[in-house]
Write a protein that binds this ligand. Sequence first.
Ligand code: AMP
Length: 422
Amino acid sequence: MNDILPEQVRRWHQLEADFRLHAELYGYAEVRTPLLEHTSLFSRQMGETTDVVEKEMYSFERHGEQLTVRPEGTASAARAYVEHSVHAKEPITRWYYLGPMFRGERPAKGRYRQFYQAGCEVLGDAGPVCDAEMLDLIAGFLRRIGVPDFTIHVNSLGSAGTRGRYRDKLLEYFTPLRDRLSEDSQRRFERNPLRILDSKDPRDQEAAKGAPSILDLLDDDDLAHWKGFLHALDVLGLPYVVDPGLVRGLDYYTRTLFEVKAVGSDLGAQSTLLGGGRYDTMIESLGGPKVPAIGFAMGLERLLTVIPEPPPRRGPGCFIAPIGAAAADRALLLARELRSFGVRVELDGRGVKLKPMLRRADALGARLCIILGDGEIERGVVTVKDLVGHAQDEIPFEGAARVLADRVSEPSPDISHARGLR
Ligand code: AMP
């Protein structure tokens, strides 16, 4: 779990603002759900035999309830959708969320125990165009934030019947190879053979090389959906890779599945920026009506690793350097007035000599340094040092805030140092 210090938080704010703006362009509105849910929500929806549920959840008992700090956002959003009967209020719901998730995984670069996800969910639209449009949203967002290169991987898991038939086929295929699988896969063998395809263990990956493809088993409706999805991706001009080995870790998926991977990043095994898919049966299994749904979640830490650093933070518009007690009093009021004009101000209240205060103003990259000493008080002025243009003058104390506010909003005389603008 990471501390995120202010220099970094700036990048987070930017990324989050970009995500909000982009999701709203596609008609999504933010939903906020609690960090805690009943453990059964995750174990039932994500699946008892998934890594997250088996090993990674932070779960505890309190006041007679089994609770879990959320490891993902989809199950919570679906629970909220059912609990508030949202289906009765609107036929299609588009929600996005943003926030921390918790999984007790083995930490690595791009893999943490508290990490942040942003995600979108559409509830009430079963059609394949909806799936393609979600990928359009994603690709547009990744381009907007400057992800240099990425690939979209797609697959279909079919509906429940298709999955049942696929499960049987996989059991048949893996049975002679069973002894060569990882311990986890041997243990889950009968309950969840699909998980073997998703395993990171090299023994499982080797055994899965010749596994049958689920795409060969799709029924007519699944196939129509799959083809409609690929057609809409083609219309949108989104390149994709069909990847029949893509099953993703969770039980709730049906039909469309996708992942987006960063190309050429140093994230190694953690290059998957985001993943998602349909979960057409979840709402019903939570006690709601039959409402189809699709969603995705992306890891913000991973995105921040692959996007460019923003320019350094601009300094304050004004830095105020008072010398002596009387000046300190005036400086307090001047700072407040300047801020009421929207100017970012740092007041040096340390009571030190001018030199260290000027050093601090320079280090902050302030546009103007306002010097107030006994001489200035006697003359009823303040000294204004333009740290960008390197000019210095005096202006009357009376009305100084207005004049200074105007100055910091003017373009800097030297645009290569244009960080001192208001
Ligand atoms: P998942 O919910 O497992 O499908 O993950 C979706 C996305 O969330 C991944 O592609 C990652 O970008 C991110 N993610 C998942 N687990 C972690 C983690 N432990 N640390 C950082 N990011 C994660």
